[in-house]
Design a protein around this ligand. Structure first.
Ligand code: GAR
Length: 190
């Protein structure tokens, strides 16, 4: 099945750009029908525009949570989205929003869940001296970073790694993992 994907971002948008490129090159069959940011300064919005993708910014600071989510859902429905990909989207979606979405929502997180849920994952992994970290793609449910895990990639942490080097290593794996998961979802939802 080819999805109409809506990508939600808050910042840089490297995962977003990678998904857009995979769609444009035909590596995945799905189309990116919109990119939405909750942050008006998100660099990712400029990147999406350069690729002629529909974009929308809904500045969360200007709305109540309820109104923010209502605008978001109305827009996604208008664009006929049937799969939401969170890619560095740093707002928590409410249980009510998730319930009202009658399509899948997936998220990428830069750790091997269930370890290091929440923020500052790279710093915490380095400080805890763990030997492996990685990234996880999971379905989104009402609890933060806790929905059913779809797939993961492992990254070895060496003694020379710091927060930044680990972030870069994991991000490279994230890009591969997102495309792998989308291909599998396309295949499994025939
Ligand atoms: C990625 O590392 C992603 O896993 C993380 O934000 C970064 C966004 O990078 N997401 C979270 O921490 C969500 N809890 P990008 O904007 O370059 O894709």
């Amino acid at each position: 099945m080819a999805f109409n994907i809506g990508i939600l971002i808050s910042g840089n948008g490297s995962n977003m750009l990678n998904i857009i490129k995979a769609s444009k090159s035909g590596e995945i069959n799905s189309k990116i029908v919109t990119v939405v940011s909750n942050n008006s300064d998100a660099l990712g919005i400029k990147k999406a525009k350069k690729h002629n993708i529909n974009t929308k910014t809904i500045n969360h600071k200007l709305y109540s949570k309820n109104d923010f989510e209502k605008n978001l859902l109305d827009h996604l429905k208008k664009k006929n989205v049937n799969l939401i990909c969170l890619a560095g989207f740093m707002k928590v979606l409410s249980a009510d929003f998730i319930k009202r979405c009658n399509f899948k929502i997936i998220n990428i997180h830069p750790s091997l869940l269930p370890s290091f849920k929440g923020l500052d994952t790279h710093k915490r992994a380095i400080n805890m001296n763990v030997k492996y970290s990685g990234c996880t793609i999971h379905y989104v449910n009402k609890d933060i970073d806790s929905g059913p895990i779809i797939d993961q990639e492992i990254v070895r942490i060496t003694k020379n790694d710091n927060e930044l080097s680990l972030k870069k290593k994991i991000l490279m794996k994230e890009h591969k993992l997102y495309i792998k998961v989308l291909k599998n979802l396309e295949k499994n939802c025939e």
